[in-house]
Design a binder for this molecule. Structure first.
Ligand SMILES: Cc1cc2nc3c(=O)[nH]c(=O)nc-3n(C[C@H](O)[C@H](O)[C@H](O)COP(=O)(O)OP(=O)(O)OC[C@H]3O[C@@H](n4cnc5c(N)ncnc54)[C@H](O)[C@@H]3O)c2cc1C
Length: 374
């Protein structure tokens, strides 16, 4: 019997634990989580969008897993009654005022061309939109034109994480909460994983620790990774203006490879309207947000599409931390790597967006990698 320890009960750790025990009922799989419940970090504080992959470098792991995840997530949610909604996505060109209109159109044009190339390279179907096309989808939005990506969905991210948890638990995964890993020793044939009050033996150790994944990798003596947490905050549109958007997600045309996808407009699964996330370096790895960004920064961006919005319509909602793994000069990609084979240590580092969309195929991939290594 193989002993597997997964560090972190976000959607990545949960999906992997569930998949491993599914494929290998004889494994003893334990998930160690420092909080008292699942999905308290990035897996809960995100936009809940199932992405098509259009924003991503077609040759990246992110794009590969997002493409696979787009269908896999829909099938998973549909077959388990997890709420999801087809939204589609407009990547559009808005403008602040008539003076800046021409400049903004020109700057966005090359971005849209790049996105079209990326869509073409990945076989993602898109439509070119005029301002009239946008009006048909979202009558209150002021968008000069852009592209429409039909294969985009919103899911109930909480219900999804819970379903992975119960799926694993029913099959025999052991979950240990309030177990923060602070020591890892390799005794030559197993890892000994230490928390404050316990020690766990692992023939296979899988690092899914989100913003702490580089720290865990260091503990296991696989240095060389550096995560910089990038905070993404959201404001909610409250009151009557929350119904300005009917259904579709509206993203600005932001150059691929930028730190985020720009402050976008999202109607969540429970029909609330959110603006965000922004992208700022966060000095802590903990979810403590004392210096909240002013709503004016969000208004400035969102009013390019919804000029009706005013500061009094916005209420700070929540924030998440992106686990950005620094990679010199390249677009940041997921790092999914077997660091050692006896005992097995697998790193999942830099699993930022679209990690939610990619979680199921990542879990399949890890299960396959382990099958081939034992
Ligand atoms: C603002 C924002 C918006 C996003 N929007 C989207 C989106 O729309 N669509 C999409 O596909 N993706 C999106 N993402 C990305 C997605 O949320 C993440 O890729 C995904 O949640 C990563 O899951 P995870 O399990 O790797 O990390 P996490 O959910 O952060 O889980 C890591 C877990 O490890 C635990 N842990 C850490 N250290 C230890 C330790 N020492 N011992 C024990 N446990 C430990 C933590 O407590 C945590 O529970 C977004 C992310 C952010 C931040």
């Amino acid at each position: 019997m193989k002993r597997v320890v997964v560090i972190g009960a976000g959607v990545i750790g949960l999906a992997i634990a569930r998949r491993l025990i599914d494929h290998n009922p004889s494994f003893h799989v334990t998930v160690l989580e420092r909080h008292s419940e699942i999905a308290r970090e990035a897996s809960q504080h995100n936009s809940g969008v199932i992405h098509s992959g259009i924003h991503l470098d077609p040759d990246s792991l992110k794009a590969h897993f997002a493409r696979k995840g787009s269908l896999a997530m829909r099938l998973y949610c549909m077959s388990r009654g997890i709420m999801m909604r087809h939204t589609g996505m407009i990547v559009g060109v808005g403008f602040r005022n008539l003076k800046t209109l021409w400049g903004e159109w020109r700057a966005s044009f090359s971005v849209l061309r790049e996105l079209k190339n990326r869509a073409f390279a990945q076989g993602i179907s898109i439509k070119t939109l005029t301002c009239f096309g946008v009006k048909r989808l979202e009558p209150h939005a002021r968008v000069l034109g852009g592209i429409y990506i039909p294969s985009v969905w919103i899911i109930d991210k909480k219900a999804y994480a819970k379903s992975l948890f119960w799926g694993g638990k029913k099959r025999g995964v052991e979950f240990r909460f309030e177990e923060e890993v602070f020591g890892i020793k390799n005794n030559g044939h197993q890892f000994i994983v230490r928390t404050k009050s316990n020690e766990y033996e692992a023939d296979i150790l899988i690092n899914c620790a989100g913003v702490y994944a580089d720290v865990i990798s260091n503990l296991a003596r696989f240095p060389g990774y550096k995560i910089i947490p990038w905070r993404g905050e959201y404001y909610e549109v409250v009151g009557v203006k929350s119904s300005l958007i009917r259904n579709c997600l509206i993203y600005p045309a932001v150059r691929p490879g930028s730190m985020g996808l720009g402050i976008h407009i999202t109607k969540s699964i429970d029909e609330r309207l959110f603006l965000g996330p922004n992208a700022n370096i966060h000095k802590e790895r903990e979810y403590v947000f004392e210096d909240k960004t002013s709503p004016r920064e969000f208004l400035e961006e969102a009013r390019c599409f919804l000029p009706q919005l005013e500061e009094k319509d916005l209420r700070w909602a929540y924030a998440g931390l992106r686990a950005k793994c620094i990679s010199e000069g390249k677009e940041a990609d997921f790092v999914i790597k077997i660091e050692s084979t006896d005992p097995i240590f697998i790193n999942l580092i830099g699993i930022e967006s679209p990690g939610l969309s990619a979680s199921l195929p990542i879990a399949d991939h890890i299960s396959e990698v382990i099958r081939m290594s034992i």
